[in-house]
Design a protein around this ligand. Structure first.
Ligand code: GLP
Length: 265
């Protein structure tokens, strides 16, 4: 795991955008198409805005072949609701980048097929050859995707019930915590760990405790994000506030400052 402590959220967005662009270019050069795993929530929005700005300025890569898979989705919203994660990712990223909608995927929350929706999403991910780069945020309770504390470290895509804390954290998107759906579909922890590279982004003081538990605490279902310690290729990109509770912060800063040019992330 590489922990990159930067100063500001804007620097986090720029570095994360560099990593995503590098993958898209590398896959295109190999005659392939990048398969990206995408997170919603507020944290990655600055990264997504950076990618769009670069593309619109003519500096970004061509995204038309890229396929994307969302981490999770609410259950119970009308399909045309603007806060579904599929609508959110299309609005905030894939439409502005020119990725065709049929290449943008998420777990299907339609009630008729709900019991098999997790298995179907796993099959879609397998058919795509797996996710090359998975963008992750982190909840204040240490969740990744919507894997709340107590989620099995071996879990696959399935239905979960949100904690009161997560519904309250997400109330800003719905007007009130009561309006936040109670049930969700989410990639499991084992699903997330199959991605080739995990890119966990965190900004702001509210995330400092969860980040410290994920990076320096024990691997435990009580902090689902701590499962990233089991993955061989993880980049944790933080602003100063999100990094503020790390006990080895000096070391991470030293590693980053002394990083050889030839060694990518
Ligand atoms: C949300 C999403 C997660 C996200 C997390 C943190 O509920 N399901 O994918 O990483 O909670 O969100 P934010 O970045 O808004 O703090």
């Amino acid at each position: 795991m590489e922990v990159v402590p930067l100063a500001t959220a804007a620097e986090v967005a720029r570095l994360a955008a560099d990593i995503i662009e590098e993958l898209v270019r590398r896959r295109a050069a190999a005659d392939g198409a990048a398969v990206l795993g995408l997170a919603t929530g507020s944290t990655p929005l600055a990264t997504y805005a950076e990618l769009i700005a670069r593309r619109q300025a003519g500096a970004g890569p061509d995204y038309r072949g890229v396929r994307t898979f969302n981490l999770d989705e609410y259950v119970g919203l009308p399909p045309d609701h603007e806060q579904t994660y599929l609508a959110t990712i299309r609005r905030e990223l894939t439409d502005p980048l020119g990725i065709p909608p049929e290449q943008v995927h998420g777990p299907d929350p339609a009630l008729a097929g709900l019991p098999g929706a997790g298995e179907r999403y796993e099959a879609e991910l397998r058919a795509a050859g797996g996710i090359a780069l998975q963008v992750l945020g982190i909840g204040t309770d240490g969740h990744i995707g919507f894997n709340e504390p107590g989620s099995s470290l071996a879990s696959l895509t399935r239905i979960k019930t949100l904690t009161a804390r997560t519904r309250s954290d997400n109330a800003r998107f719905f007007g009130s915590a009561d309006a936040v759906p109670r049930h969700v579909l989410t990639q499991g922890i084992a699903t997330i760990l199959r991605a080739g590279h995990l890119l966990l982004l965190a900004t702001g003081e509210a995330k400092a405790g969860a980040v410290a538990a994920a990076v320096e605490g024990p691997v435990t279902a009580s902090c689902p994000a701590s499962a990233i310690q089991l993955h061989p290729h993880v980049s944790v990109i933080l602003d100063a506030a999100a990094a503020s509770a790390l006990t080895r912060l000096d070391y991470y800063q030293e590693v980053w400052a002394a990083k050889p040019d030839w060694q990518g992330l």
